[in-house]
Design a protein. Structure first.
Length: 78
């Protein structure tokens, strides 16, 4: 069994997914006090929720980088 080398953009997609998950967990934790009737978290906690969007953008950049590399490879094969 041979391992395929990572394609360009694979690292960005992985990092983006991790950042997105951290933001999603932060969002769940931040919204929980609203349903539980407890004291809300400080504004910094709401800022961490923005990591969800940042992770999505990072992953999208990785996908676009991968697409560009595949296009270059297909164009050079012609």
């Amino acid at each position: 069994m041979t391992a395929t080398p990572p394609a360009p953009g694979d690292g960005l997609v992985r990092v983006g997914a991790i950042v997105f998950i951290v933001g999603a967990v932060a969002t769940l934790v931040t919204v929980a006090p609203l349903f539980l009737g407890t004291e809300p978290f400080p504004p910094l906690a709401y800022a961490v929720c923005m990591l969800m969007g940042v992770g999505f953008v990072i992953a999208a950049a990785g996908v676009l980088r991968s697409i560009a590399a595949q296009r270059r490879q297909a164009k050079s094969a012609v």
